[in-house]
Design a protein. Structure first.
Length: 131
């Protein structure tokens, strides 16, 4: 099933942040620039340990090699709200857009990715981005 990210897949309505249920996106496939991706909602994402031994915990992760996005339900044992998980999905989608377009420097710039994601969220909350 291909998903249009700007529509609620069940009712074919405009996506609104206030009534978006992140679980509706679990195992949804989508196409971006000819690449097929899938979204998985998972209990948690395995922390990464850097060379200094610091553990990095993530609410979301984009895997370019397998064209997969994971959104965690919990981080450090704490349950994330539906809204936080939706925000994380938009953030990860910005990574996908940048990476698929070979804009890797932008994708690696977390403040840039978060800035664009927050802009998209603001437009979604205002019902401006609709079909």
């Amino acid at each position: 099933y291909k998903m249009n990210l700007l529509e609620v897949h069940k009712k074919n309505q405009c996506l609104k942040m206030n009534n978006m249920n992140i679980e509706d996106f679990n195992n949804k496939q989508f196409d971006i620039f000819g690449s097929k991706w899938i979204i998985h909602i998972v209990d948690s994402i395995e922390p990464e340990v850097d060379e200094d031994g610091y553990k990095h915990h993530y609410a979301g992760m984009t895997y370019n090699a397998t064209q997969k996005i994971e959104i965690a339900r919990t981080v450090r044992g704490e349950k994330l709200s539906n809204e936080m998980m939706c925000k994380t999905l938009i953030h990860e989608l910005v990574h996908v857009i940048c990476n698929t377009g070979a804009y890797f420097n932008y994708s690696n710039d977390e403040p840039f990715v978060e800035f664009i994601a927050r802009g998209i969220l603001s437009l979604l909350k205002q019902d401006l981005i609709c079909k």
